[in-house]
Design a protein around this ligand. Structure first.
Ligand code: CAO
Length: 569
């Protein structure tokens, strides 16, 4: 191995460019052509590749430094063989390098900058005295790059564009750039499509150039040297001019990736290596907040974004103030302007509950089916068990009856005892009946699970519900006592209310809410009878359960509770 300098190669005539990202550090092993750093001029961003395979020993520049051709940016130990090649590369005259097409190290439009003064035409002057005329816009010099694929077409036929509006975005393996309109006018026929590979001189599209556009072009000056208009490559983010907001610091990056998302459709400003990483990681760059100059997206931004997404997924799809799932977050005002306030941290359970509720609410298309069950006879029976309960040290509330009735309805309507695996596009059918019961505790809502409800008697269910509710209130529940439910019951009957819309405890597909039973006049066919009616509110995941089945479920519950002898059948 021999140590060699890493120098800035020919920049296609650009005088000085700013380093906006350094992609390697001392000690890193690199392959030949691996990006070392990214520079940006006023026309394009370009990655400077390693001249050889080897190990970086020193980087002598920092982000923000201005460099020009020949400047040393670092040192490296080239792997045997590579050094000579690299040296040979260094010796190649700069002009040859840009002409060298695929071997050119700075293949981006940087090179088009100065070179274009000589070879690239600017919009020509108006050929006629007034009105409008047709122009064919051609691909300008792209710094020697040939056959560069179009990754985006930014206009469509009929669009009105101003001079410099981006027409198409191209991406070589080293740079991304936009080809701006050389005129103001109306887009005519598009002569290229996304994915097409284009080279200098290729026809891009036709335009009808307006007078205003011509005047602008004239005002800018014209060398008059070309019959056809060539656009001039521009930096990859046309929205730079509009993006005035200061870029966040690296420390802020992780928290801001979700907080201030670019508006949908905003063009992203990122180099090819960043785009490549984003493609590999499946990151949507329009969701990533750039922290580089002019809001440019850096590799770290992509990594921070992916990290935050993973964290969010692990936290159970947390929907923070910044808004997950692409939904704008809720902005809080300064409440103290309205009166005195205090603040206190949320408990872990409150955070978990908030996340679970948001996750279910956002993922599950909810519908709630309401019904009333006549529990007059059930209550007579239940109350008749009071003495027996006292003897056993138990208490029979309506809940065990509801547990039993739900277990039977789940067995009879098994579409309620499923989970949807949308990744695999499969329905998971459960052969067991475990039911969660929502318990109100001073620390928040907890949902312990009673297992094999179908196999247990009313007293056993009453005891177990009481024991689990007690454990929940005393914070004694074990994790496995809160897992595995197929369905949940949430009872507000001891408190009040006539109906509510519970949130499905996903991945379960239904939850039954109980409100306070009340005496109501019920028409028996010849007269009104006072009956004790229990309001049922069944919320369900409409992806798994249809409305008719939901109505069948509550109707069956009403039937079972209306005559509890059915529970024995
Ligand atoms: N209608 C009328 N009275 C009812 C009733 C109903 N639907 N359900 C219960 N009651 C009565 C009980 O019979 C009991 O009265 P008595 O003492 O006279 O017999 C009283 O209300 C209190 O019952 P309970 O709440 O102690 O017992 P439970 O078995 O009905 O409920 C439990 C147990 C753990 C579910 C309940 O205590 C609880 O925590 N409920 C709140 C659940 C909750 O917060 N859900 C909301 C989730 S979404 O935010």
């Amino acid at each position: 191995m021999s140590e060699q300098e890493i120098k800035v190669p020919d920049l296609g005539g650009a005088d000085e460019v700013e380093i906006i990202e350094i992609t390697v550090s001392a000690g890193d092993s690199v392959e030949e052509e691996d990006p070392i750093l990214t520079v940006e001029s006023d026309k394009a961003s370009v990655e400077l590749p390693s001249p050889a395979a080897g190990k970086i020993t020193k980087i002598t520049v920092k982000v923000g430094d201005k460099v020009k051709e020949g400047d040393v940016v670092g040192m490296m130990e080239a792997a045997s063989g590579g050094a000579d090649e690299a040296q040979a590369d260094d010796d190649v005259p700069a002009q040859d390098e840009t002409k060298g097409g695929s071997d050119a190290k700075t293949e981006a439009s940087e090179s088009s900058g100065k070179k274009s003064d000589d070879t690239e035409s600017k919009p020509r002057k108006a050929a006629s005295g007034g009105g409008s005329r047709k122009e064919k816009v051609q691909v300008p010099d792209m710094g020697g790059s040939e056959n560069v694929p179009i990754i985006e077409i930014n206009v469509k036929e009929g669009d009105e564009v101003s001079e410099d509006d981006p027409l198409v975005t191209v991406e070589s393996d080293k740079a991304t750039m936009e080809i701006p309109s050389p005129f103001a006018g109306k887009i005519g026929k598009l002569l290229v499509a996304e994915g097409d590979k284009i080279s200098q001189g290729d026809d891009l599209l036709e335009m009808t150039v307006s007078d205003a556009g011509e005047k602008e072009a004239e005002a800018e000056g014209d060398d008059g040297g070309s019959e056809k208009a060539e656009a001039k490559p521009e930096p990859s983010d046309q929205s730079d001019k509009q993006q005035k907001a200061a870029a966040p610091s690296a420390a802020d990056r992780e928290t801001t990736v979700e907080a201030e998302l670019p508006a949908p459709g905003t063009k992203v400003h990122a180099g090819p290596a960043v785009r490549k990483i984003a493609r590999e990681l499946g990151a949507d760059l329009t969701r990533v907040k750039g922290s580089g100059p002019k809001n440019r997206i850096l590799k770290d931004d992509v990594h921070a974004y992916v990290k935050s997404q993973l964290k969010q997924a692990q936290a159970g799809g947390e929907v923070a103030a910044g808004g997950g799932s692409g939904i704008p977050g809720i902005k809080l005002p300064d409440f103290s302007q309205f009166g005195d306030i205090t603040r206190e941290p949320m408990s872990r359970m409150q955070i978990a509950t908030a996340n679970n509720m948001s996750r279910s609410w956002l993922n599950v298309p909810h519908v709630t089916q309401f019904d009333d069950a006549d529990i007059t006879d059930m209550e007579t029976f239940r109350k008749g068990q009071k003495a027996a309960g006292e003897k056993r040290g138990s208490k029979l509330t309506p809940l065990p009856f509801l547990l039993k009735a739900c277990a039977q309805a789940l067995a009879e309507l098994p579409q309620f005892n499923v989970a949807l695996d949308m990744d695999k596009k499969e329905i998971v059918r459960k052969k067991y009946i475990h039911i969660g019961i929502a318990v109100d505790t001073p620390n928040g809502l907890m949902v312990p699970v009673i297992r094999n409800v179908d196999q247990k008697g009313l007293w056993e269910l009453a005891d177990e519900a009481m024991e689990l509710a007690g454990k929940a209130r005393d914070k004694k529940l074990k994790p496995n006592e809160m897992q595995g439910a197929c369905f949940s019951i949430t009872s507000l009957g001891g408190i009040g209310g006539t109906a509510f819309t519970p949130i499905v405890n996903a991945p379960e597909v239904a939850i039954l809410g109980l409100s306070k039973a009340a005496m109501k006049p019920v028409w028996d066919g010849s007269q009104f009878q006072p009956r004790l009616m229990l309001p049922l509110s069944l919320s369900y995941d409409h992806r798994a359960v249809n409305g008719a089945d939901a109505a069948r479920f509550t109707a069956r519950l009403s039937e079972l509770l209306g005559d509890i002898r059915h529970l024995l059948l």
